[in-house]
Each structure stands twice: as C-alpha cells, then as structure tokens.
Design a protein around this ligand. Structure first.
Ligand code: ADP
Length: 497
C-alpha cells in the first residue's frame, strides 16, 4: 500500500476557446485540472481560425500541469482520452508535421457559396442519406477543399499522399504519438460530410463531390480503441491513447445517455442537444442532424442532434463586442434588472443560424428597441436567445416524434441558475444539472477507462451520474406564448432563406 499510486485517467478537452486537461479517478472525481485559453483569429467577417501549433502547445502544457498535480496527490495516469471541438479542420505536411494553413474552425462560413452551389445542384438528399448532415459550411469537407484550393500546390501534394487531414482529435493524436498514428474515431468522422454513417466507411462518392483526395484521410476507429502510444518525450513516459469522441458525443457519454430517448444539451460557445436514438439512424424532417453518438465494439449508436451556433459566444460578445459586462458571470445579475415586458429580442446569427434554420448568410439583429431599453434588456435578450434556440430544437425534435421530458444540461453557461429556470419555464420540461458538470471531459476519460479496463462497463457510468439541481416549469402559458411569438417574429427578420 505504501507508496502505491492510485490509477487515474487523463482527459484532454480541446475546446473552441480553451484547452483543458483533467485527471479523473475511475469513478469520475476530478483530481487535477489545468486550462489555457488561446487566440481566436478572425481574418474576415464570418471567418474563424485557430493556430494548430498553439492548440498543441496549450494541450501539452495543460496536460503536463494536470498530470504533475495529480502525481503530487498520489495518483498515476494510466491512460489518455481525447475530446475535441468538432469539424474544425487541419491539413498538415506528413513529412515535417507542419500545418499548411491555420485550422478552419467549425463556425467559419467561408465555404457558404460552395455549399449553396452543391445544394443548387440537387446534392442535399444524397449527402443527408449518407452522412446524416445538411449541406452547410459547418462540416469539414468544404473546409478541406478550400485549403487545398488556396494554398499553393496543396491539391497536387494531397493527391501525391504528402499531406494529412485531421479534425482536432486526429491532429492531437498525430502530435502526441510523434507522427506515428493518423487516426480518428467514428463520432469525429461522422462530422466531416465524408463518412458514410450507415456503411461505416469513408464514402468515395462524397470524396469526389467535395473534391477531397482519399490519401488525406485518417483511419477510423471505435471510440474506445487503441489510438496509439504517447511519445515518451511529452510526459516522460509512454501512455496509451484509448478513448476519443467529439465534444458533444463525449458529453452524451459523460451524461450517461446510453438508452434510447435519453437527451443532453451542452451550453458552451454554441449549444448542442443530442438524443440517443439507438442502433438505427433516425432521419429528421426538421433539419436536425443524424450523427453517431458513440461506437463501441464495432457497433454504432446513433443520435439526433440540434446544433446552435451562438450561445455562450453571445455572452462573450456582450463582454468583448459591446463592453456592457466585464465578465461573463455578470450577465445573470444584469439580466435580472431588465423589464420582463421590454419586447427586446437578440437573434445571435453572428455566424449564421444553425438548426433548425441552417441559414449561413443570416446575420445577427436586436429587435424591439425602445428608449426604455438599455444594457439590462440587451443582456436579458442575449440569455433568452439561448433559451429560445433550445425551444426551437425541442419543437423540431417533437415534430420528428421524439418524446422529451427532461433535459440534462452541462457546459460553461449552466452555472447560471436564472438561465436554467427560464429554460424550464419556456420549454415546459424539467432541466437537470448533474453534480459532475465536467461531462465533456469525463466522457473521454470514461471511454479510455473502458478500453483500459479501469472502468468495467457502461452501467458504471449510469451509477456514477447524479443530480445537482433540477429546475421545473413555472411560467404560465400566456407568457410563454408571447415570448415565443416575439422570438419567431425576430428570427423571421434575419432569415435569408
Ligand atoms: P467551450 O467549451 O465552448 O469553450 P465552455 O463550456 O467553457 O465553452 O463555456 C464558456 C461559455 O460560457 C462562454 O461563451 C461564456 O460566455 C459562457 N458563460 C460563462 N459563464 C456564464 C454565465 N454565468 N452566464 C452565461 N454564460 C456564461
């Protein structure tokens, strides 16, 4: 017993605005955490980039810090899990390991025209049947082609096999293994628009459609699998990478949504609602996405997903764009001062609108301003925009026949109790915040734990999940209908299609 270190799991959570590393015990306790924010690069309106080398540097430093802190507390990391911002696209040189362009971030709209042309060419149904996705610049395929067409000589080099593509998971696996492993998992693959979610393979027709050479692509693995060994130079010893899932899928695992009908919603930069639909893909008639929730033992489990492009980022805009708050946490108190009848709406289409509208050309607006409106009303309208977008997604899910009674929430925004109460009031469903709000990172740790044997089964995940706070619907129907009608009118003003 003496000097014996307890076994732990490192989760790398590479998000849109920060990289985090969390060391978990196998039963989900946070042992150590390190976080580093990094720069958002906005080269043109509607474009968003990250520097992949900066992402890697923040992942490496936070992982080292968290592991060191955990070791001091008597824990030893045995396995690594990765979860990541999805769709964000990196292309690099296989020989030097150097990216040939900045990463193009999921929010980036630069390929809107390419996607519109494919839609006009009648390709939407084919893409949807095979990938479960709509034709939108959000997904990786058109971003890869953009890089190949805008970096000198890149297309020829890609065809010659000299370049590699990866979403952020793949880029990190490549860097962690010292360029040995070029792999991704089924959830990340399912967000590229190139992966056939029914056959479980890269789709040759889609590669041709989006003009992406097959030589760029990584191997696709289950979410709990052998992704490679971390090179000794990084952490002083070798470690296996054994769990990978895109952030929203990882949160679905972290929220223990293992049964059909179980649903989670994550409120970070964007907001993402996923409902487990079991072993068969369900196709939406209401512009929701069909995606792989997780894949274990060679068997995919599917989800319906609603993606909202701006949620927490709207609060960041209040802070950085408008300057009416100096910290995100101030928004709750400010919104409480607002006149509840103000009639002010903020439609946060800063980078277009996601589900269920899918309108990349829409831009944000504040409507209903009177001389009585001020910072408080704008703050309340900003928070309400996340609530209304949640209502829009739930309406779409209901229209697709999904029964909704409870919403399990997580992400940086859900520490805001006022927001969750309002969400329950306007959606009419129970909103439940779990004790473990690190669900995204925990999902990746859980997958690595499963593969390594530190965690016995999915049931262990269900047993470990518990409630911190539950918010019940309180508002009367009249108030709800007025608010919803005002929002629908405001959205109608910014839509372009
Ligand atoms: P991501 O993983 O997408 O980078 P996080 O889950 O860390 O995001 O959430 C951070 C987001 O939460 C930020 O966009 C921030 O504006 C928002 N946020 C933080 N605190 C609050 C709060 N009290 N109320 C509303 N939004 C908040």
């Amino acid at each position: 017993m003496f000097n014996r270190k307890r076994k732990a799991i490192l989760a790398i959570d590479q998000g849109t605005t920060s990289s985090r590393a969390i060391v978990f015990s196998p039963d989900g306790e946070v042992i150590a955490l390190a976080q580093a924010e990094f720069a958002q690069i906005y080269p043109h309106p509607g474009w968003v980039e990250h520097d992949p080398e900066v992402i890697w540097a923040t992942v490496l430093s936070t992982s080292r810090d968290a592991m060191r802190a955990a070791e001091k507390k008597g824990w030893k990391v045995e396995t690594v899990g990765i979860t990541n911002q999805r769709e964000t696209t990196v292309v690099w040189d296989r020989a030097s390991g150097a990216p040939i362009h900045n990463a193009i971030v999921w929010q980036d709209r630069r390929t809107a025209e390419t996607c519109a042309a494919l839609r006009a060419g009648g390709e939407e149904d084919r893409v949807r049947e095979r990938t479960g996705l709509v034709l939108d610049p959000y997904f990786s395929a058109s971003k890869i082609a953009w890089i190949l067409d805008h970096v000198d000589g890149a297309r020829a080099r890609a065809e010659a096999g000299e370049l590699a593509f990866g979403t952020i998971d793949t880029w990190l696996i490549w860097k962690l293994t010292g360029g040995v492993a070029h792999k991704t998992d089924a959830t990340n693959a399912s967000r590229t628009s190139l992966y056939n979610i029914v056959s479980g393979a890269w789709d040759a027709d889609l590669l041709e459609l989006f003009k992406v050479p097959a030589a760029l692509l990584p191997d696709v693995c289950d979410c709990a699998a052998e992704f490679g060994e971390v090179d000794e130079s990084h952490f002083g010893r070798s470690l296996p990478i054994q769990g990978v899932a895109g952030d929203q899928q990882s949160a679905t695992v972290g929220q223990a949504c293992f049964r059909q009908g179980e649903m989670k919603s994550t409120y970070g930069t964007g907001a993402f609602m996923l409902v487990n639909t079991g072993d068969k893909p369900v196709y939406s008639s209401n512009m929701l996405l069909t995606t792989i929730a997780y894949s274990l033992g060679g068997k995919p489990v599917y989800a319906l997903e609603g993606s909202v492009l701006s949620a927490g980022s709207t609060i960041q805009w209040l802070r950085d764009g408008l300057g009416i708050i100096s910290r995100a946490s101030e928004v709750e108190a400010l919104a409480r001062e607002a006149d509840p009848q103000s009639g002010v709406y903020l439609v946060p289409a800063f980078t277009g609108l996601g589900a269920p509208y899918w309108d990349p050309d829409a831009r944000a607006a504040i409507t209903g301003l009177t001389r009585g409106a001020g910072r408080a009303e704008i703050a309340a309208a900003a928070l309400d925009s996340t609530v209304h977008q949640t209502c829009d997604l739930l309406d779409a899910m209901r229209a697709d026949g999904v029964e909704v009674t409870e919403l399990r929430v997580d992400g940086g925004m859900v520490r805001n109790d006022g927001l969750l109460q309002r969400m329950s009031d306007l959606t009419g469903v129970d909103v439940v915040r779990p004790s473990n709000t690190e669900t995204t990172a925990w999902g990746a740790a859980f997958l690595a734990g499963l593969q390594s044997g530190l965690i016995a089964s999915l049931e262990a995940g269900r047993d470990g999940w518990s409630v911190d706070a539950a918010f019940k619907p309180g508002a009367d129907a009249g108030l709800r209908d007025t608010a919803r009608a005002g929002w629908t009118d405001a959205v109608g003003r910014v839509r372009t299609r």
